[in-house]
Design a protein around this ligand. Structure first.
Ligand SMILES: Nc1ncnc2c1ncn2[C@@H]1O[C@H](COP(=O)(O)OP(=O)(O)OP(=O)(O)O)[C@@H](O)[C@H]1O
Ligand SMILES: [Mg+2]
Length: 463
């Protein structure tokens, strides 16, 4: 990635530098050519018009006129007659008078056209211009100018050299910057990558450092919160597994102990034997209850789409009450009910049964002898409210959050004695949430506790 970034940046910078080296030099050269074009043709025109008074170009007449024109500043000036024969030449190297000027420009000028050509050779700016000399409408010869300009070329070369030097400096600096920036950018991506590898390898406590407020920092903080959630889930999972195995281990150990004592004592009387067997039976029953609750919880955890149906909560409450009546009688707890009709919610009968059964069972189990339990069901606005209150031992305010955790029991000894596994309320909680309801717990005056479950009321118009 760093390499790709660097290549991209360098390509852009190189393109800019190439443009910077070519464009100003080219436009300066064009401007210089433009100026040359005007000045050489101008000078040729001065000579041509001076010579146009002569009906025929002869060496001595042209020489005389030319000696009067002393402000012509070109490298070489040639005048030919109409047959392209040189009559006047300022060349310093040889005397060409009488020879034929075989320049393409002269030929074109003798055809009656002005010509200008220029090129840049690297050492100088070469310009060639030619123009016909006309006398009374007849072409009598041509003026040819050759100019070799070193000054302009020198300026052009200096400019080119300076630009090149500046370009190299810019290129070097930007290479350095590109390397540093792309390294810094990919460094943060690398650290995120490393963090992901760590997380993937099971190091849930690994976090990345969040700096700045750009997209990568956003990614990093998103990663951190993901890792945090995973860490929490993972620790919950571990605690759950250890709690569950502990819960299953205890009754199993009792069963083994009881079975061992039966096996090892040869002369156990029938009464004791029956007592031991009854104990084994009740431990096994406890195991069964715990595993059933664990199964109910894992079903609620699953994301399998359950299909909810309209459930009459009153009917479910009556069913659960008939199961719980013997327990209430055994504990001398009286139950008062006030159940309205028409309390229909969208849920499943099984989940609704778990909810009302566990709440009422707790209200009976954690009660005092001759205590009472109140079960109320009514509609409040758009909600169905199911309330269970008791006159029992109550729940301290500091515990109201914990009681919904798996395997949590406030008074372990009492709950175990009552056959509790600490899973009831977590099942209630998960079932309520699964069907869009809410649950609240509070104190019942003057003593005891009160649980209120609220569900959206199901009505045909609403669906
Ligand atoms: N109505 C209540 N009054 C007083 N304490 C309660 C009441 N309901 C629950 N608790 C406390 O909250 C704890 C958790 O309740 P929960 O129903 O989850 O478990 P449990 O009753 O111990 O076992 P299980 O319901 O699985 O048989 C109980 O152990 C008890 O200490
Ligand atoms: Mg319970």
């Amino acid at each position: 990635m760093q390499f790709k970034y660097a290549v991209c940046f360098i390509a852009i910078i190189a393109a800019l530098l190439i443009f910077m080296n070519i464009y100003p030099v080219a436009s300066f050269r064009d401007a210089a050519f433009e100026a040359k074009h005007a000045s050489t043709l101008n000078q040729a025109a001065v000579v041509a018009s001076s010579l146009s008074s002569l009906p025929e170009l002869r060496e001595e007449d042209v020489g005389k006129i030319m000696s009067m024109l002393n402000n012509i500043m070109v490298t070489r000036l040639v005048v030919t007659n109409e047959r392209a024969q040189i009559i006047y030449d300022t060349s310093q190297y040889e005397n060409n008078v009488g020879r034929y000027a075989v320049f393409a420009e002269v030929m074109t000028a003798l055809e009656g056209k002005d010509v200008f050509r220029s090129k840049y050779t690297g050492e100088g700016l070469v310009s060639r211009a030619a123009m016909p000399v006309t006398s009374e409408g007849v072409i009598v010869g041509a003026v040819y100018i050759y100019d070799f300009d070193i000054d302009q070329a020198g300026m052009l070369e200096t400019m080119r050299g300076n630009l090149l030097k500046v370009s190299f400096v810019i290129l070097f600096l930007s290479l350095l910057l590109v390397f540093v920036f792309s390294w810094l950018l990919t460094k943060r991506i690398r650290s995120l990558f490393k963090a992901m590898q760590n997380l993937g390898g099971g190091r849930y406590d690994y976090r990345v450092e969040v700096r700045g407020g750009d997209e990568i920092s956003g990614l990093a903080s998103e990663f951190n919160s993901l890792a945090e959630r995973l860490e929490k889930t993972e620790s919950m999972r571990q605690r759950f597994v250890s709690d569950a195995s502990h819960e299953l281990k205890t009754p199993l150990a009792s069963i083994r102990l009881l079975a061992d004592s039966v096996v090892q004592n040869e002369n156990v009387d029938a009464g004791t034997m029956r007592e031991f067997m009854a104990d084994i039976g009740s431990e096994a029953e406890r195991l069964q209850r715990t595993t059933e609750k664990l199964l109910a919880l894992s079903r609620l955890d699953d994301d399998i789409q359950i299909v909810p149906e309209p459930v009459d909560v009153r009917q479910v409450t009556l069913d659960a009450l008939s199961v719980l009546r013997p327990l209430a009688e055994e504990r001398s707890v009286s139950i008062r009910t006030a159940l309205d009709d028409g309390c229909v919610v969208l849920a499943t009968v099984d989940d609704m049964f778990h909810i009302v059964f566990n709440l009422m069972e707790n209200a009976i189990k954690y009660n005092v002898p001759n205590g009472s339990v109140g079960v109320f069901l009514h509609i409040g606005g758009d909600s169905v409210l199911f309330t269970v209150e008791d006159t029992g031992i109550g729940i301290p305010e500091s515990e109201t959050y914990n009681i919904f955790s798996r395997f949590y029991r406030i008074d372990k000894a009492r709950s175990r004695e009552a056959g509790g596994s600490g899973l009831g309320l977590s099942i209630v909680h998960d079932a309520v949430k699964a069907h869009g309801g809410s649950i609240a717990v509070g104190q019942n005056k003057p003593q005891g506790s009160r649980f209120i479950v609220s569900f959206p009321l199901y009505s045909i118009e609403r669906t």
